[in-house]
Design a protein around this ligand. Structure first.
Ligand code: RTP
Ligand code: MG
Length: 148
């Protein structure tokens, strides 16, 4: 059983794709255990994409992800991280297979509708960047000290 962080990016929210995307993961048997609409601060965005700091597209990436509300989600399920990355499709939508989220909804690498953590370590780090301890407790990602 894994938890992961999935996020409908500002282009997906603007295009009213939240319901379609949530349904795909629910249909696959995954469980939505936490979610919120939020606008990301620049600092949070730079932390989220810290691994890309030196890339030429970093500024554009941060501008885009802070350009409007995102829909941040916590999901639970077996083999969730691997399967969710397959369901999202390749980073560049031009290479993403039809039937994947990016393959169905996007054409431009800079606006590719959805983010999903790429490993258990990224999931933990990203969930902590987007959700408070109370929210992670409520979602069952963290267990309270009294439960231990
Ligand atoms: P994400 O982190 O957003 O879920 O996407 P990803 O794992 O599939 O791809 P990653 O390598 O982490 O890249 C993060 C985001 O940077 C943008 N990008 N632009 N212009 C370019 O060549 C380029 N390459 C990457 C994409 O929007 C990608 O989602
Ligand atoms: Mg990534």
């Amino acid at each position: 059983m894994q938890h992961t962080f999935l996020m409908v990016k500002p282009d997906g929210v603007r295009r009213q794709l939240i319901g379609n995307i949530v349904r795909r993961f629910e249909n696959r048997g995954f469980v939505l255990v936490g979610a919120k609409m939020m606008t990301i601060s620049r600092e949070q965005a730079e932390r989220h994409y810290g691994q890309h700091k030196e890339k030429p597209f970093f500024g554009e990436l941060v501008d885009f992800i802070t350009s409007g509300p995102v829909f941040a989600m916590i999901w639970r399920g077996d083999n969730l991280i691997e399967v969710s990355r397959i369901m999202m499709g390749k980073t560049n939508p031009l290479e993403a297979a039809p039937g994947t989220i990016r393959g169905d909804f996007a054409t431009y690498v800079g606006e590719n509708v959805i983010h999903g953590s790429d490993s258990p370590e990224s999931a933990e780090r990203e969930l902590e960047n987007f959700f408070s301890t109370d929210e992670l407790l409520a979602a069952g990602v963290l267990s309270s000290a009294t439960d231990r």
